[in-house]
Design a protein around this ligand. Structure first.
Ligand code: FE2
Length: 229
């Protein structure tokens, strides 16, 4: 079936015109929606501050001994590199399905997401599940390129073992993309052992080349079975 949406590609980039680099700032041709003719999507932007929630687990010294062992064991069994935005060793996106030893972290993150929804978004009884979970080990010079985790609801990272002076995670770093206006300043979050960070998955973020090692676990978290009606 032919799409009624005009998906003409920008001249500067191959691939889908619907990624963040390919948006056309102000298409000049807009046709009536819901006709068999192609339509152009008009894009306006509004500014809204988005929260990045952090906490340090009170029992992180003990918990991280356990998590570090779990990650090292998992890497030993799964040493292969996987190509992705993360330019460091990481496990598969479905590590939580493959290794039940990550469940204690899963439980804490899901509980935190429910707490955030009740306390910050005033939305009761939402339940969440982990869609993806992967462990990462950055060595000196490794990095992650800018990306977001849309279409998940939340993304999270838990820092298991990070060296002082290791690279931060930078949210909404500056870009040269004229089609996506920059509002406000980037947020630079410095990892600490035992820190859990949770944020709306649409936020872009990146990790510059690190000087210190970083062992951490990232997750994508989604709502399921809404019972808030
Ligand atoms: Fe990420």
């Amino acid at each position: 079936m032919t799409s009624i949406w005009n998906t003409q590609k920008p001249s500067t980039k191959k691939g889908s015109p619907w990624d963040t680099q390919g948006f056309q700032p102000k298409p000049t041709v807009q046709k009536e929606v819901n006709t068999p003719q192609p339509n152009t999507l008009q894009i306006e932007h509004v500014a809204k501050p988005l929260p990045v929630f952090t906490t340090i687990f009170a029992d992180h010294v003990e918990f991280n001994k356990y998590m570090k062992q779990v990650i090292l064991e998992h890497r030993e069994k799964n040493p292969e590199d996987i190509e992705s935005n993360v330019k460091a060793w990481h496990s598969s996106w479905m590590t939580h399905k493959e290794n039940p030893k990550f469940q204690p972290l899963v439980d804490r993150v899901l509980s935190a997401c429910t707490f955030i929804c009740e306390g910050y978004f005033q939305c009761q009884k939402l339940e969440f599940s982990i869609f993806n979970l992967w462990a990462m080990m950055y060595e000196k010079g490794e990095h992650t390129i800018r990306h977001s985790h849309f279409p998940s609801d939340f993304s999270a990272v838990y820092y298991v073992d990070v060296e002082p002076g290791c690279a931060p995670v930078i949210f909404e770093s500056k870009t040269n993309n004229d089609a996506a206006p920059q509002v406000g300043e980037p947020l630079i979050l410095q990892p600490q052992n035992g820190m859990l960070a949770i944020w709306p998955a649409v936020l872009h973020h990146m990790v510059p080349a690190t000087n210190g090692r970083r062992m951490c676990v990232s997750m994508n978290v989604d709502k399921y079975g809404r019972t808030d009606v």
